[in-house]
Ligand binder design. Structure first.
Ligand code: FNR
Length: 183
């Protein structure tokens, strides 16, 4: 069983990216188990707290360490990732030498109401994940432009996008299994 932890870069109640993440989980092939990270209660990262991390920080790091893979689903804010996501990444990367992210196979996907579908946020995120030593699925890429019909009435992926996103999920889960030794 491959355990995949999902990190959504939006705290918004009606977030399209959270809906996308929930829709992707429904497309998860057999043999994987998904959980969602809570990043909204993390304090702002302050290096002074490295020796005495908040409970929320310890929880996040424990969840990441226990996972076989991490799926990032993020909006784009001002042509980069939202600050809440960067904050979570910084927290779980520290103290130096004790990063929870190292070697965890990652997937990067995101949705935007803008035409480029979070492409620049995803590119910035990939830059960080490379530094953090996370093997990250390169292909297929998925830049999701939010339009009517992206989601169905049951919270799943709408029919026009389902085949493409099923293929993306299958590739990502295969990537996790390959890089975590669960294949
Ligand atoms: C945005 N949005 C946005 N969209 C985009 O395609 N490129 C961008 O650079 C930005 N910048 C940006 C900054 C800020 C501060 C906000 C609040 C929004 C629009 C964004 O894609 C839209 O609000 C999405 O709905 C956000 O994702 P969630 O919260 O629906 O998951």
């Amino acid at each position: 069983m491959a355990r995949i932890h999902v990190v959504v870069g939006s705290l918004r109640r009606d977030s399209f990216n959270r809906k996308l993440a929930e829709g992707l989980v429904k497309l998860g092939p057999p043999g994987c188990d998904f959980s969602f990270a809570e990043i909204g209660d993390l304090p702002l990262y302050n290096q002074d707290d490295d020796d005495n991390p908040a409970e929320a920080v310890k929880r996040l790091k424990g969840e990441i360490k226990a996972a076989d893979g991490v799926l990032f689903v993020t909006p784009e804010y001002n042509r980069s990732v939202p600050g809440v996501l960067k904050n979570a990444i910084d927290h779980a990367s520290r103290p130096y030498g004790q990063s929870a992210w190292k070697d965890k196979p990652a997937g990067v996907i995101g949705a935007s109401i803008g035409a480029i579908g979070s492409a620049l946020a995803q590119q910035h995120l990939r830059h960080m994940l490379a530094y953090l030593d996370m093997p990250t699925l390169g292909q297929p890429e998925a830049f999701i432009h939010v339009k009517d019909g992206l989601f169905d009435d049951d919270g799943g992926i709408g029919k026009d996008s389902r085949e493409f996103l099923q293929g993306w999920m299958d590739a990502y889960v295969a990537w996790v299994k390959k890089h975590s030794g669960k294949a």
